[in-house]
Structures are given as C-alpha cells and as structure tokens.
Design a protein around this ligand. Structure first.
Ligand code: PLP
Length: 432
C-alpha cells in the first residue's frame, strides 16, 4: 500500500487508520473527508525532533496552514508545539479561535492590506514575513501608532527552479512572491528595512516550491541565502539570526512517485551543510524555521465517495461518476495532480477496468482522475481517493451549490466529526 495507514481487512474493505472505510461511509455519508490524527501528529513530531536535534533549540517547524485549515487542526498544532504559517486573516482568526498562541503565528502573503496589517498587529501575531516595500511601510506606520516594534522576516526569491510544476513553483526569479536576490532588489530592500522604524528584522525567508522529493534544492536555497546573508553583513552590518527555508517536501500520491523523503535524514544533511558553510562564511548558525504543509497532512487524509453509475462511450472510454468532484478536490482539474483511486468495498476484486473518475459538477474538466484501473464499478460502490489531506478541503468550493463534505477525525478506533457537512441553510447563510 501507498502509505502505512492504508490496509485491507477480512471483508476485503479498505481500512484507513485501522478503521473500515465502508462502515465509515455508511455511518457518516459521502462525500466525506477522513483524517488520521496519529499520522498528523507523527508528521509534526518528525519535523520537531529533526529541527531540534540539528539546529538551535528554538528552531521550529511552522505548519503551513493553507494546506488544511479548521479549528481542530490548530489545536493539534498547539499541542504538538508547532508554529503556524498563515496567509490570511481568515487563517489567523481560525488559529486564534482554537487558542493557538499568537506569538507562534507567522503571517505571510504578497498583498497584505492595511486591514490585514491592523488585524494581525492588534492580535499580536508573532512575526510578519514581509514581501515588499509598500507592506513594510504600512507595518511600520501601524506599529508606530500602536507603540510596538513588530518582528519581521523578509521574503527572498533565491532564483531556484526545483523542477516541479510551474503552477506550484515560487522560488525562481520571475515570481510574484518576495524580493529577488539576483537583481539586487533584495539587498536594496534590506537597506530600507534596516532604516525603517518600528520593525525588527530577524532574518530571511525563502520558499522554493512544492512536491520536492530531494534535499538538494533546499541545500541550494540555503547556500544562496547564506551567501546573501554574508553579503548583507559585510555591506550593511546586519547579521540574520533566523532563516526560514519554507515548505515543499514531497508526498507520495501514486506508486510511481519517488520514495517518501526521509525528513530526519534530509534535515540532518542540510544542517551539516549549513554548519560548514556558516563557518566558512564566518556566520553564526541561524535558528532554522521550516514551513511544511502538505507533508504534515496529505497522507493523513482520504476522501470517500459513492459511485452513482458507469457510462461507457464505445470506442472512447468509461466514466465512473461519484457524488463529489472538483468542489471537494479541484487539484486534477487545476493542475492534473495524480491520485490513487480504489473501490473501498471491493479491494480484493481484480482491478481490470480502465476508467475516468468524474465528479458531479457541470464542467467537462471536472474530473477526479483519468485512466485508473478499478474493479468494474457499479452504483453504490464506495470509491476512495487517497492522500487528500492537503489542498482539498482548503480549496473546496460550493460550485453548483454543492455542500462541502464534513471531516471525520479517526483516532484509536474512534471516529469524530470535526467539521460538520454543510447544509442547504449554510449555502444561503450570507445571502441577504
Ligand atoms: C505553500 C507554501 C508552503 C507549504 O508548502 P507545502 O508544499 O505544502 O509544504 C510553505 N511556505 C510558503 C510560503 C508557501 O507558499
């Protein structure tokens, strides 16, 4: 099986986190998101431990909460001693609602409005990751008005292409995020930061992309940022204490994906490299932050659907339709993301039926996956899509006025609703 929390029981049913998914579908209805709490916690602990063991004690993984955001997930992050990366006041609000400590929230975003800045400062968010000069000036002005000094990191674009999809690749020079090092803009920006009142620059941030299975792109990013740090120290006398290396560790979605990155080994290799480069550049080893999103929650998620029917277009292909679609998982429609699809109630039947899994949205590109092998499906079968914990619920929409599925958290043989399914009343709740 793709991940160790997937299995098959004596009835030939798919199990997830040790529980029978067919039973769960019956009990809670479909479409339905499942989450494996132990897996989320184990993923957090791996980063926590590796960063603590290899860097200073205050080094910290920040959960990139755009991957999956609801109050329960922030409660888990608080319990696991994680920080949180938020990209909007909606995410900050949700984290605070879960009593997540504000000082461990890092506020991202390439266009923070004046309202955003006021909200985050009023709620004592620990650190802003500043993208641009207009934002810097607005933070400075409001922090001055409040009589505080706001801690900040500056987002740099290191100019690295980690060979991922263009749509999820943000570290190269031509990007709407951050200040490019290569063009000299980053150095000029730091010069401005250092003479700006009411902000305290802690260090630098960079994020090179997503679904990265190798540690080398992170090493290259660290190299570029450390060299930049030494250059700024020499030219402006500022020495960065914090380096945030962003997120992007890959997760296996299908058998053909490379092996799952060994987070502990990668971070230890990275630390060795950074230690030696820091000593060569005569820099102190910085506090290291990382921002894993996908690799915290993706393999802790699974989506269940009920098959509505099978349509074979002779000479073309067969469609299996399910009671969800791009509303709960837009990632195939957006960028052709691969997924592993299974018939949860017939795991031991021969998968000899090639089909396309289509959702129920009125949009021809609204597919879940094409050319997958399943047992020949029929109405009432339970179809499971694995590794849906990241960027599914958080990207869900109400297109076609479909209700968003609920989330059921699985732990120790228990199943609890942590986000209820939307109702029709929710659909009109904002309509005046
Ligand atoms: C998306 C994003 C992350 C998380 O990326 P994953 O691939 O989910 O680990 C972290 N930091 C920033 C700035 C991001 O944009």
């Amino acid at each position: 099986m793709l991940h160790s929390n997937l299995g098959i029981n004596e009835q030939g049913h798919l199990t997830f986190a040790g529980q029978d998914t067919v039973d769960l579908a019956k009990r809670f209805g479909t479409a339905l998101y499942l989450l494996d709490e132990e897996r989320i916690r184990a993923n957090c602990r791996r980063y926590r431990k590796a960063l603590r063991e290899n860097f200073s004690a205050d080094s910290l993984p920040l959960y990139a909460s755009k991957a999956l955001s609801f109050t329960g997930i922030y409660r888990i992050m608080a319990e696991e001693g994680m920080g949180v990366d938020a990209v909007s006041c909606g995410e900050i609000y949700t984290a605070l609602k879960a009593d997540f400590p504000a000082e461990r929230i890092y506020f991202h975003g390439n266009n923070k409005t004046d309202e955003d800045i006021r909200y985050a400062i009023d709620h004592q968010v620990g650190c802003f990751i500043v993208d641009n000069a207009e934002e810097l000036r607005a933070i400075s002005a409001y922090a001055g008005q409040k009589g505080i000094t706001q801690k900040i990191l500056v987002r740099l674009t290191p100019g690295i292409d980690p060979h991922t999809f263009a749509a999820v690749n943000t570290g190269k020079i031509d990007s709407q995020f951050g200040q490019p090092i290569e063009t000299g803009q980053a150095a000029a920006f730091i010069r401005e930061v250092l003479v700006t009142e009411h902000v305290q620059l802690l260090g630098y941030h960079c994020h090179i992309g997503s679904q990265i299975f190798d540690w080398v792109p992170f090493r290259d990013a660290a190299e570029i940022v450390l060299r930049f740090s030494a250059q700024i120290r020499d030219s402006l006398g500022f020495c960065a204490q914090v380096l945030n290396l962003g997120g992007g560790f890959g997760v296996r979605y299908v058998e053909a994906d490379p092996p799952q990155p060994d987070v502990a080994a990668y971070i230890s290799q990275l630390a060795q490299y950074m230690r030696s480069r820091c000593s060569e550049l005569n820099l102190p080893l910085p506090t290291v932050l990382m921002e894993p999103g996908r690799s915290i929650v993706a393999d802790a998620g699974l989506t269940l659907y009920t098959v509505g029917g099978v349509k074979t277009i002779e000479g073309y292909r067969s469609y299996v339709t399910v009671d969800g679609g791009m509303t709960d998982n837009p990632r195939y429609a957006l960028y052709g993301s691969p997924y592993t699809v299974m018939l949860a109630n017939r795991m031991n039947d021969k998968a000899d039926f090639c089909c396309t899994v289509a959702g129920r949205c009125c949009e021809s590109g609204a597919l879940i996956q094409e050319n997958v092998m399943l047992p020949r499906a029929c109405r009432g079968d339970i179809l499971a899509v694995a590794v849906t914990g990241a960027y599914n619920f958080s990207m869900a929409s109400n297109y076609n006025r479909l209700c968003r599925p609920g989330i059921v958290m699985l732990k120790d043989g228990q199943a609890n609703v942590v986000v209820r399914r939307q109702t029709f009343a929710d659909l009109t709740a904002c309509d005046l």
